[in-house]
Design a binder for this molecule. Structure first.
Ligand code: UD1
Length: 384
């Protein structure tokens, strides 16, 4: 059997590493029945800090193909990925095209594959924010509509797919493949020390303020990159004011995504951040450093998707700075550590105060057990 997997942006890499490893284990155990796994990188994320570093840390081999699509509008990224991926796919003629998550490559390659009648399997299918302003929601819906096999992480995803009329035989609930990566890497991450992370990743040219010491459970971690939070100057200024207010009570480590860094500079907000002793700006950090920060933090404040899930597993309170989440399995009302607070100042302040007082409470939804990739490969092999 030949699998052709596609990754494009940072959140994809931790979702493909376990499948690469599962195929290697399978092939080592059954040399006569080798699965060939061809890996394609669309090139949406190209900075070493957003791409190569993750391949190295997670032991993912160099991609067999690099499409070098790069930055651009959504139409450009999707269109260019389709054009370049089509050539690779026709040359490789795989049994399955595997797409993961919800980035532009996920959508582009599922369309390309179905146009040529290749079977598509989507890992992390069925998640819905029901927010059509998110490009990721469009990618999820299009990909799921086209996919032959939908690998889901949780019952909520199965319910979403059932409500959309997806036949049950197309759906396999296998758990969360990203948690396979967390399970593999958490011992190594535990050796990464927060103060060393801060020192080694401090944004270029910025000194470390005197006397800053990060204690376990004594700091917060912030990530912010959704267009809805960072692309409008007034919104970004308001969000930042709120973060400065909270940081008076808890120092906050802030790995800044390149998109957000660009906005800070464009909107004249960068100087204040750079000089802050309470919000500690660092470059985008690698997987192990981010996991180490999450494991040691009092709380995480984020508009990311996957970080909500990682917080849940390691038990760190998570304040999700968005109006909606496609990951309800992580929410406190469903047993997790995640609180959907949006950017309303009063809700954020209340949840922040509660999180300051909350105990660390790890929670694993069913099948988030580190063995998802094996289940995925078994299901693919079963279907041939
Ligand atoms: C993409 C994903 C998003 C994911 C995020 C994580 C889609 C629709 N969005 O959003 O789901 O949460 O990645 O990082 O696929 N840039 C660099 N270096 C890079 C790549 C980008 O500096 O290697 C800058 C460019 O200025 C670019 C901007 O970041 O314009 C945004 O990058 P882009 O890939 O368009 O989207 P993300 O916001 O990263």
């Amino acid at each position: 059997m030949k699998l052709l997997s596609v990754v494009g942006a940072r959140p994809n890499f931790m979702k493909i590493a376990p499948l690469v490893a599962a195929v290697a284990r399978h092939n080592a155990a059954r040399p006569g029945a080798a699965v060939r796994h061809v890996l394609v990188h669309s090139g949406q994320h190209y900075d070493p800090a957003l791409s190569t570093r993750f391949f190295e840390e997670l032991g993912i081999p160099d991609p067999d193909y690099h499409l070098e699509v790069g930055s651009g509008s959504h139409a450009y990224q999707v269109g260019q990925t389709m054009i370049e991926f089509e050539k690779v796919m026709l040359a490789e003629a795989p049994d399955w095209v595997i797409v993961v998550g919800d980035v532009n490559a996920t959508c582009a390659c599922s369309i390309t594959a179905k146009k040529h009648q290749f079977r598509v399997a989507h890992i992390e299918a069925g998640l819905r924010s029901n927010d059509w302003a998110m490009p990721e929601e469009i990618n999820r819906v299009v990909t799921d509509r086209l996919s032959d096999l939908l690998f889901t992480t949780c019952r909520f995803a199965n319910e979403n797919l059932a409500a959309e009329g997806v036949a049950p035989e197309r759906v396999a609930m296998v758990g969360n493949i990203m948690i396979d990566t967390l399970a593999t890497q958490r011992v190594k991450a535990a050796t990464h020390e927060p103060n060393a992370i801060l020192r080694d990743n401090r944004h270029a040219g910025l000194p470390l303020p005197d006397g800053v010491v990060l204690e376990r459970d004594g700091f917060g971690v912030l990530t912010l990159h959704r267009p809805s939070n960072v692309d409008d100057p007034a919104t970004l200024r308001r969000n930042l004011d709120l973060m400065f207010e909270l940081a008076e009570r808890l120092p906050i480590v802030f790995p800044v995504h390149p998109r957000t860094m660009g906005r800070f500079k464009d909107f004249g907000l960068w100087q204040r951040l750079a000089e802050s002793r309470r919000i500690l700006v660092v470059e985008p950090v690698g997987y192990l450093d981010m996991l180490a920060l999450t494991m040691n933090a009092r709380m995480v404040l984020t508009d990311s998707g996957g970080i909500q899930e990682e917080c849940c597993i390691v038990g760190t309170p998570c304040l999700t700075l968005r109006a909606n989440t496609e990951r309800p399995a992580t929410l406190a009302e469903n047993g997790g550590t995640n609180h959907l607070v949006g950017m309303d100042p009063d809700r954020v302040r209340d949840a922040f105060a509660a999180a300051l007082a909350a105990a660390r409470r790890p929670f694993s939804p069913p099948l988030w057990d580190g063995h998802t990739a094996d289940r995925i490969l078994a299901e693919l092999l079963r279907r041939g």
